[in-house]
Structure formats: C-alpha cells, structure tokens
Design a protein around this ligand. Structure first.
Ligand SMILES: *Cc1c(COP(=O)(O)O)cnc(C)c1O
Length: 350
C-alpha cells in the first residue's frame, strides 16, 4: 500500500475527506436547499456570514461560481472590473466573467499579486484615457487572498485597507476572492472578520486547504446576497439536499483551520530544503503560506521536465506560470516533505 501512494503536492484540492468528516456528512440533516429548507446549509451560511463579518452568505458548488456570481451581481454588461493580472478570475476561470457578465477586465500588473492604491489609480486612469461616453465605467475591484499564482502571497490588513479605501473613494465596489483566506489569516494571526468586513463581497473555499470535498460560500450584505441568489439559480448552482456537502464544510471549519499553520511550516521547510540546489531556484524562498514555486533550468527539462521526473518517483506537482508549484495541505506529511526534498536534489544532480 504505502509504496504505491503518490505524494499529493500538485494542489490543496487533492485533500480527501477524513473518516470523521465522512461520518459528519452521512449524519447531516437535509432538506431542499433551493427552497432554503436545508437546515445544514442554512447553519453553514449563518456561520460563514458571522466568520466574515457580513450579514448573509450563499452556499455555492465551487469557488469559480462565487467569482462568477459576484461579478454578475456587481456589474452590468460594459462595466470594467479591475483585477490583478495573474489572478484566478482572469487566468483560471475560462473567461467566465467576460462570458457571463459581458465585462471588460482591466488587469493590474504586479510582481507577486499584491497591488497598492497607486497601481489601482493607474489602472483607473487607463480606463479613462478617452472621455465619456467612449470610456467604460469602472465598477468593482477584485483582490485575491492569498494570491495563488503570486506564490501564496498574503495581503496585510494595512495593504488591504489602503486599496479598499482607494477603491471606495473612486466609487468602486470591492470583492475578495478568499479561496485561501484562512491560510492568509493563519499566516497573519488575525481574525477572518478583520478582512471579511472590509469588502462588499467575499468568499471562502471549503475544497482547498480546509479539506472538504465540495463547496464554497459567498458573503455580503443581505441585499447583495438576495440579488446573488438569482444568479446562483440562473447559473445552475442551486442544489437540493446539499446539507450532505455543507456538513463537510462545517466540519472543516471546526476541525481543519488550525492545521493550516502546520502546512505553512511544511512549505517553509520545503523551500529551505531546496536552497542551493543547482538548476532549481525557489521563486518564493520564504513562503508566507502553503505554496512553493520553483524555476527550473532547461538542463533539467524546465518545469515540466522536473515534474515528469518527480512523477516517476511518486510525487505529484503542478506546472503553472511556467514554474513547478507544490502545495502543502492536510494530506501531506512531514515525512513527505523530506522525501520530496531528497527527490528534487537527486533529480537535479542526475
Ligand atoms: C481554486 C481557486 C478558485 C476556484 O475555486 P474552485 O472551488 O476550484 O472553483 C478561485 N480563486 C482562487 C484564488 C483559487 O485558488
């Protein structure tokens, strides 16, 4: 058994529900979620709204649908959405925002996913290069916490507040893609409400590091969530006895937030263990959260060459932004980290 196990570093979506989580799911009270009659989903929504300092929340099948529904709720076709250049909403959602909402996305370039008021101002200026009525109106700015392709990077509360205030003063709504918000709040040692309450809309994913099999929840004002519910239905995201999966999410909130600190330690250990390996450069040498990115020399076949070599050694990693990405999570053990360091060192010297 043990010899055939693959070390699952490709993504924190690889997490599988534990026996205890499965028991909680099996025992869930359920009802018709579309009719707001599923008690477990209702309990989860109340819990998430509270944890994010918002009035209400909406349970959705995926994080991508949270971004899709939120952009749709904030905008009308022809509006401008501001988002970081390498953000998930731009790079990894099949142009869903453009397709479903008919918006123009103005990309904000950064080094690591974090931008400041001046970067936002420059993007707003660019959209105002021509006078009204030629220019499209800006509507909402999206932040990503932690920033995935930026290296699992974290917005501090101060950086976030500055950009949110700048956005407000320009009349923009604010949206937080908090797929990994708990990784960020764990890294910073702050309460999730501190971030959640700053935004007009904010969501968290249960199927990443929290280790639940399905689901995400979008939070906002009662009015925002009421309007968002229509798009949840329109996009086919309304469910029936969804308490089964909501129970996994509730279990994750109770039991899997604390462990994120250990995942971050493992990412740091992994990055440190790869220092000085010839042909392999850690792009984020002191990872803030649970991701380690590697630039790989062409002599080793580049990122895909190293990924292939690791696969043969029973280690799954992903290749994104032309780099190897390794993500630590609840199903990656301390021993897996040592095995991976040794395998990369060995592959690089082969
Ligand atoms: C994974 C991810 C999403 C999408 O979430 P799914 O649940 O996979 O649909 C959105 N944003 C970020 C930053 C993500 O990492």
């Amino acid at each position: 058994m043990e010899s055939t196990r693959t070390i699952p570093l490709a993504s924190d979506t690889a997490t599988k529900p534990t026996e205890a989580m499965r028991r909680a799911m099996a025992a869930a009270e359920v009802g018709d979620e579309q009719r707001l009659e599923d008690p477990t989903v209702n309990a989860l929504c109340e819990r998430v709204a509270d944890m994010l300092g918002q009035e209400a929340a909406l349970f959705l099948p995926s994080g991508a649908m949270c971004n899709l529904v939120a952009v749709k709720t904030h905008t009308v076709p022809g509006d401008v959405v501001f988002a970081e250049e390498m953000s998930h909403v731009i790079r990894a959602e099949s142009a869903g925002a453009s397709l479903a909402s008919g918006v123009l996305i103005e990309a904000i370039p950064t080094e690591n996913g974090i931008f400041g008021p001046a970067d936002l101002a420059a993007a707003i200026d660019a959209t105002r290069a021509a006078p009204v009525p030629y220019a499209a109106p800006g509507r909402v700015v999206c932040l990503e916490q932690s920033h995935n392709f930026g290296g699992g990077t974290v917005w501090t509360l101060e950086e976030t507040t500055e950009v949110v205030e700048a956005a407000r003063s320009e009349g923009l709504a604010t949206h937080l893609d908090g797929a990994r918000l708990f990784n960020a709040t764990t890294a910073l040692g702050v309460d999730s409400r501190a971030f959640g309450c700053l935004f007009d809309s904010v969501w968290i994913d249960f199927s990443k590091g929290l280790g639940a099999p399905v689901g995400a929840a979008l939070a906002g004002s009662r009015d925002f969530i009421h309007r968002a519910r229509r798009y949840k239905h329109l996009f086919g995201g309304a469910m029936r006895q969804a308490g089964i999966i909501a129970a996994g999410a509730l279990y994750a909130l109770d039991h899997h937030v604390e462990g994120l600190a250990r995942d971050h330690q493992n990412a740091r250990r992994l990055a440190e263990g790869l220092e000085g390996v010839s042909g392999v450069t850690v792009s984020n040498p002191a990872p803030a959260t649970n991701m380690v990115f590697l630039e790989v020399a062409s002599r080793l076949g580049g990122a895909s060459g190293l990924a292939e070599a690791l696969k043969e050694r029973g280690i799954a990693v992903s290749v994104v932004t032309g780099r190897v990405r390794m993500v630590t999570h609840v199903d990656v053990t301390d021993e897996d980290i040592e095995t991976t360091i040794a395998a990369i060192r060995d592959s690089a010297s082969a």
